[in-house]
Design a protein around this ligand. Structure first.
Ligand code: R5P
Length: 300
């Protein structure tokens, strides 16, 4: 298999290739003065299986378009298969029409990927809360992998929480808290979060129900898929602090990190925030490369 990195994920593609005992394929990506992209694949890909690693963060529209051009070019060059390795799958959150006339962007992105020749998809801790699974968005085989076992292992070996309780800040995150709790051999609980978004507004207000778990004197490890504004974790951390929590840590897969997010979470009393490299960031201490490489090895 040939591993090609799009410009969003050159470093991750290198790590994935290394896990597979090889070097990433040579792709040339340049920008013309008018903003257009020039792409050239310097590999003999005819009849080969190719994986494009491209995480869709920060400039998702640019990276999606780059992916589409790469896939379309590979198909023209006669590849045998194209696996889209999309660790952070942008637009997944819009997996339902909440208001009439809204674009169902998760479905639109999937259709574009397939139209460009993608034959299978791998993603990580995908945020499709209404649909539940990425295989429901794509018609080609699509698999959701999880970074939570690796994050849980990191928490056990490096954060070393004492008498820990793992907290999911909302119901959807319970699956991830459960996995991290297993690694820590700890109890887990979930909060209930309600986002109140008025029609016409893009931001929302949060309401949290923290349930009956005991926090007094215990270390808390929050587990979630995404930290974006940091509002969810900061709210959950303030609630745990009020209930007597001792040290607080966060593990999350995708550090989207809007401006001020880390500051907000730390101001709420969290001492360390750990994320993966699906999105490169200063807190990306755990790599998803081993999980992606293992899945590529088993990709039929
Ligand atoms: C929501 O359902 C997600 O799992 C995250 O909790 C959410 O995206 C985090 O966003 P923010 O950091 O802006 O609160």
């Amino acid at each position: 298999m040939i591993i090609l990195g799009g410009s969003a994920s050159t470093s991750l593609a290198e790590k994935v290739a290394k896990e597979l005992g090889q070097k990433p394929g040579n792709v040339e990506i340049k920008r013309f003065p008018d903003g257009e992209k020039y792409i050239r694949i310097h590999e003999d890909v005819k009849s080969k299986d190719v994986a494009i690693v491209q995480s869709l963060y920060r400039s998702p529209d640019e990276y999606i378009f780059e992916y589409l051009i790469m896939a379309d070019t590979l198909r023209d060059m006669g590849v045998s298969s194209i696996t889209g390795v999309i660790p952070y799958l942008a637009y997944a959150r819009q997996d339902s029409r909440f208001y009439p006339g809204e674009a169902l962007t998760s479905a639109s992105v999937a259709k574009l990927f397939e139209a460009a020749g993608t034959t299978s998809v791998l993603t990580v801790d995908c945020h499709l809360h209404r649909l539940g699974d990425v295989s429901k968005v794509f018609k080609v085989p699509a698999k959701n992998l999880s970074a939570m076992p690796s994050l849980g292992k990191y928490a056990r070996e490096t954060l070393r929480p004492r008498n820990p309780i793992v907290v999911a800040p909302d119901e959807e995150a319970e699956q991830w808290a459960g996995t991290v709790a297993k690694e820590l051999d700890a109890e887990h609980t979930h909060f209930t979060k309600r986002r109140i978004r008025e029609e016409g507004q893009t931001s929302s207000r949060l309401e949290l129900d923290t349930g009956n778990a005991e926090f007094k004197g215990r270390d808390v490890v929050f587990a979630d898929d995404i930290i974006s504004t940091g509002g969810t974790i900061a709210g959950a951390a303030r609630a745990c602090k009020k209930k007597g929590a001792k040290r607080m840590f966060v593990v999350c897969t995708h550090p989207v990190l809007a401006k001020g997010a880390i500051k907000l979470v730390k101001a709420a009393g969290v001492s360390r925030i750990i994320a993966t490299d699906t999105i490169p960031s200063p807190i990306s201490k755990v790599s998803v490369a081993p999980v992606l490489a293992a899945a590529l090895k088993n990709n039929p």
